[in-house]
Each structure stands twice: as C-alpha cells, then as structure tokens.
Write a protein that binds this ligand. Sequence first.
Ligand code: HT7
Ligand code: ZN
Length: 867
Amino acid sequence: AAVIRRGDYQVPSYQVSEIALDVRLDPDNTEVHTRLQLHRIAPEPVAELYLDGESLELLDIQRDGQALAESAYRLTEGGLLLLNPPEAFILESRVRIHPRANTALSGLYHAGGQFLTQCEAEGFRRITYYLDRPDCLARFTVTLHAPQDGCPVLLANGNCMATGVEEGGWHWARWEDPYPKPAYLFAMVAGDLAVVRDRYRTASGREVALEIYVAERDTGACAQAMDSLKHAMRWDEEVYGREYDLNRYMIVATDSFNMGAMENKGLNIFNAKYVLASPETATDSDYQGIESVIAHEYFHNWTGNRVTLRDWFQLSLKEGLTVFRDQEFSADQNSRGVQRIGDVRRLRAAQFPEDAGPLAHPVRPDAYSEINNFYTATVYEKGAELVRMMHTLLGKVPFRKGMDLYFERHDGHAVTIEDFIAAMEDANQRDLSGFRRWYGQAGTPVLRATGSYDPARHSYTLTLHQETPATPGQPVKEAVPIPVRMALLNTQGQRVPLELAGGASETVLLLEQSEQSWNFANLPGPVIPSLLRGFSAPVRLQDPLDDDAHGFLARHDDDPFNRWESMQDLAVKALLAAVADSSVAPLPVTLRNAVAATLADRQVDPAFCAELLTLPGEDYIGEQMPVVAVEAIHRAREGMMRAIGSHFAKEWTDLYHDLAAAYQRDGLSIGRRRLRNLALGYLIAGEGSRREGTILYARQQYMQADNMTDRLAAFQLLVQHQHHDAEDVILDFYQRWHDYPLVIDKWFAIQAAAPHPKTLRQVEHLLVHPAFDWRVPNRVRAVLGAFAANPTVFHAADGSGYTFFAEQIRRLDDINPQTAARLATPLSRWQRYDAPRQQAMVAALKMLAGKPGLSRDLAEVIQRSHP
Ligand code: HT7
Ligand code: ZN
C-alpha cells in the first residue's frame, strides 16, 4: 500500500468555503447529495483536483449547474479527479452508500437501529467526494431526511435551523455549524433516542443546553456523564480561560463504536461504555473512565477543533495535549498522587512496550500507510508526557501564557506541533528546541543515576546519564532534555534544603547532554536521593539505590509516586529473583517489612494504600527480562501473592471486615472498596490450594453486593481461583445481566482472562455464544482483547493461543479492519519470547499476511511487526 510521508506535505491547491449535504437515510441505500463551493488558492491553474472518495456509487455529477462532461473527470480507486478545474466553481454530486453493510464503522453506518457517523480519521470520504484532509476547513450545512417512525431524532453539528415533515411518514432537519471545520469533525445521527437534558451557564453568562442521547431505558444512567461534562466545562474556564462556543452540546451513546469516543463539533459520539453508569452496573473504574473521557472530548473543542491539525502527522498536537489536559483535570477532581500512578501504569503497560518493539514510532511519526494505526499509546500517552515535561520546565503560569498565545495565534487554523512549541517559547522567551527531538525520536531513554555522599565535604554528587536504544529506522539517537524533579531526604525521611536550588527542598534538574553531574553542598548529614519525583519524564530510571534505601523511601518519601515506585521496585526485584531461582524465598524481608509498615499506617489514604500493595502485573515483570519467562513469572507472582496473603492473613481479614460499608460514591468510599477487594484477593491467594474459608467470603460478596465494583471483584476472583466450581456463578451472572451489554462485556472478558489451560476451550465456546457478535467491537475486544492480554493462555508454550488468535483476527479483518489491526498488535512482540514461541508467533503473522483481501490496516501492522 502507498506510504504517506510527512516530508511530502503540500498545501492544498483548492479550498472549500461551503459544503451543503442533503442526506436521505436508508439502511441499505442512502443517497447523499453534496454541494461544494470550491475556489483555487494555488497561485497558478492546476491540471487536476483530486477529491477523496471510497466505496461510493456515483449517481450524478454537475459543475455550476451543468452535467459534468465525462472528459472533465475521472474516477479512481480512492476518489475522483477533476480535470482542468476553473478558478472557482460549484460542484454537485449525488452518491449512494450502504450504511447497514458498513461493518467497518467508518463513515456512515447503521447499527442497533441508529444511523451514526465516524469520520476521523478518513471516514468522510466514505460519505461523499471531498477534500478529506484536516487542513481543509469549511462551513457545513446538512439536511437529514429519515422516516419519522424509526428515526424521530435527527442530529448534526452546530445549530438546528429548520425542521419539517414530508410525504410517506418522513421528516427532515437542517443543521448549520457556524465554525469552519475539517471533515473529520463532521457528524450526523438519526434514530429513536431519548434525551437527558441539563443546562450550563458559562463564565460570561451564556446558557448552553446540554443533551445526552441514549436508549429510553438508559436515561437513568447518565448522571456521571452529565456531572463530568459540567465539571470539565468549568475546569477549562478556570484553568485555561476557555469557554464553550455553541449554544448546544450534544452527546450520543452507542454500543457500536471502534474507539472510546469522538469529539465532533457540538455532537460528540461516544462508546456507551463512557456514558452509561449506575452503581449496579458500573464499577468505580468505569465511573472514572467516564469522567476522563467526557472531559477529554470536551477539551478537544479547543485543542483539536478550534485549533486543528495541518496533517495527520500532527495527531499528537491534539491528542497528546488533550490527554495531558484530561489527566490534569482528573488529578484536580480526585487524588493527584493516585491519578499519576494510574497514568504511569498505563504508560508503562502500553507505551513502553510499543516503544521497545517493531511498532515503535516517534510521537510525530514520519510515515504511515493507514493513519488509523497511529492512534497509539505513543501518540496519546507519550505525547501527553512531552507536554507535561514542558509544563514542568516552564511552570504553571508560563505554561498558561504559552497556551494563551497558542490560541491567540492559531484559533481557526490548521497547525503543527512546531507551532505549539513556538508559542510556548515565544510567550516565555525560552528555548525549547530540545523538545523537537523528543517529538521526532522513538524509543524510551534509559536514565542512569549514580550518586555518592562525601562525609568529609558534607556534599552529595549526583551524576545522570542518558541513552536511548535504537529503534526501527532510527539506529542513532540524540540526547533529549530530561527534567528530573528531585529531593534529598535525611535519615529521618525529611527533605533537606538544597543550596543549588536557593534553599528549596525540591528542584528540577535538566539533563540536556548525555551525561551531567550536580554537586549538593553543605548537607547536614548523609542523604537518600528521591529522583524523578512524580515521574517527571517518560524514561526508564536506573537508580543507585539498594533494597534498604527503597524500603526506606517506600515508608518515608513524601512524593506519592516515588513512594509507590520504591514499593514496586522492591517487588520487581524479589519477583525477578524468584523467576530466576524458584527456591528463593517468595517474600524477602525488606519487602515484607515495607508491606507491614504500609498495612500498619492508618494515616494513608485507602486508594493510595491499595496502589502501594498491588503487585506489578505479569506483563510488567516480563518487560524487565531479556526473554519473558512466561510460566516462571506466573508462578513467582502467584507465590508472592500467596506469601503476602498468608503472612498477613490477620491484617487482610481485619481490613476486609473493617472496610465493609454500604455503597457510597465519594472518593474515600471508592478507595475503601478498592482496598477491601485487594484484601479479599490476598486472602484467597494466601489460602493456597485449600481455599475453604475465604472463597466463601467471595461467594457471599458476589451474592450480596449492592454495587458492581464489589460484585465484579468477587466474580473475577471466583472465576480466577475456582475454575472447576465457578460454573454456577458464571451462569448466575449471565442470567442477572444478560440485558446489559456493558456488563456482559465484563462477563466475557473475565472468562477470557482466566489463567487456566482450559481457558482456550472456554473462549472457543464464548465465540459461538448467542450473545457474541463479531460486528460489535466492545464484544470482540472483551473476548479477543482479554485473551491476548492473558499471559499464560495466549502465550501457551505449544503456540495454541497464537494460532487460535490469528484465526480470529483473520475472520475479523473482513468485518472490521481497524479493530482487527489494533487487536493484532500483541503478535508484534514476538522477539520478546523464547524460540518456540517466536516461531509460533511469526507463523501466525505469516498466516495473516497471506490472507486474501487483507485490509490495508492489518497489512501495515503485520508488515511492521515482521518486516
Ligand atoms: N479523536 C478521537 C479518535 C477516534 C478515532 C480514530 C480512528 C478511528 C475511529 C475513531 N474514533 C475516535 C478520539 C479521541 O482521542 O478523542
Ligand atoms: Zn482525543
């Protein structure tokens, strides 16, 4: 497939000032009439103008009211070429499309009785012929026609200007969006939807109507989404001075969606998972997901919509920046420390492995063949870290000044990452040129720290060294600016004043070269460094500390992230030792003492306590090894769970009973639930194979829970630990919740994630279960996504997991290539495994590569995984 390169960018030769769409919606034969007002912006006439168009049946085409002669245009595989176009003209086209057959869910599709669109990245070209590129901004009008019965609600971007009825029980609505926008932000929705309404008064006193469209029976489950939206609107006013700019903000929830949500102007379309929640059906983490995704899409109104992208290589300009904004929003709404730990966990779980494998790419990629494959953890999460580093270096107020200048300069324009950095620099007279390297260079830098205290001089010398491993296509790496937030703690665990920071007890060192040293003078006594506080840069830190020092920091560091990090470090070292030698004690004394101290610390917030006591996952442990030792890692982690569970059985039991409470949704109650369910997990693990007593707690909790967090935690533990006897619970769960698709997704996922040899058979059954549907991405992800994240079953030594998985991906590729390509990425990690597994994974990739009709999406992932 053709490769698109960043360096080949060219300004478009024409612009569209107005586009008017007239759409007659029918699941099988929708007709789209489009009227484009085009004018040349290139200084000289051009021989051809290319309009993108895919899977369109052209019925009619006219220029300035006249049928276009066949010699004046040519249809190609990906669009339409207009030959010798005049300087300004009106182009009218009529095309036919097939929404029901559109199982790829890109463009206009019909699912669950509704018509929906998804135009990012390049879906608009599947609706009509157009300049489908983000730097083509036009004013949109759309008139929707549909049967009144099936589609009483007709929505599109902007303001509803007129409605009417027509013959045959049809009706229509005309929508106009006053803000010029690229086509990827276009949306329309039609269906039988109920609406939940609220209002918001902006800081300047304008009233905005807030509307959430869902199925009638879900109207009671929108409170979290609506509250989150109002909080996000207020936060953007307070923190960035940004107000919403239309009189109406609409959100539509659907079960059929390829991603989390979409920020279409004034009409967000959401995966129902990020809208619907009630205590009985949604977990605490579902609630949190809603808060952050609602905020994320809202924040796009300024970072993405008002200021948009010049080209898709700049994707992180909107995504990285908006993730940073939503992370900060969530940190302000909840516990900042716990939020940061969660953000870093996600970064390490998804982005670090991506950056270390064959799919590694810079935050601003250089080339792609299918842009949908670049909605990655690197563009989103690492992109957010790059913005965060600039925020750290500049400080809060200067960063805001930079944002103000960015909006002032670029509102209404399509711009680049370079423009963003320049605004930050110009607003603050700072040189941030090193960040251009961060955007252009793939790979996670390794930051090595060494340090020593000189008792004679009362000084501590810290040396930092950076090195970024080679990545595909980038064998040589340059140094990047790495902000290292740090403090020195005395032997009582207090921060000491730092002379080189003017007496402050915390500072940010900026490592710009490959190696630099700092001397901290006039210290009262020996110190322990607390480095990279708050995870101030997306690097792998190798610190100079031994287990005792980590044990000390795990108890005393006042930076929550670093306290957690020290605990993780102790656990990872102990686990790696147990992986290497199964006779090693599963719970070394330093870790045991740190766990004991944490359990005894009644001051600590329960959510943070749960973070401290949660062991690193099997994938993360594997990441620390040259070759992932699948079974040994699983055994070692189980062994440590058992040891911590049994050694602290009394403490866990007390916690489990003390933390029992009727359901409430405040932060403290959420933390207490989390810790209590962790206690239950340790109690069950601690009983080893006996498990007579504590499994009953789980059964009881499952039956009696007054909320989904507790019910699901118990369900998951029962499925995980009691695979022979959990059938009744599995059945019960299904019977209780079969009418709730989001809950049934959890039911599928937990079974596919169970660490048993029989899970493969079970997943085969799940794929033919009546509730399984290949056309619904949430359902497919629940089964295949959870299966590919199942460390022991997906990576079974005989390769059965890979073969089975690849067969399913092959099938999915014909239905939904975007989802197939995304789900296939775990196969790219083949180099991380032993030789037999490597062979089996590569065989799976080759089998897929040979598939007839392989999609461009999947082909690219396979090709990059095994070039
Ligand atoms: N900006 C949105 C991206 C998105 C998307 C991309 C490709 C295919 C389907 C898609 N659905 C949504 C979501 C966001 O990051 O806000
Ligand atoms: Zn986004």
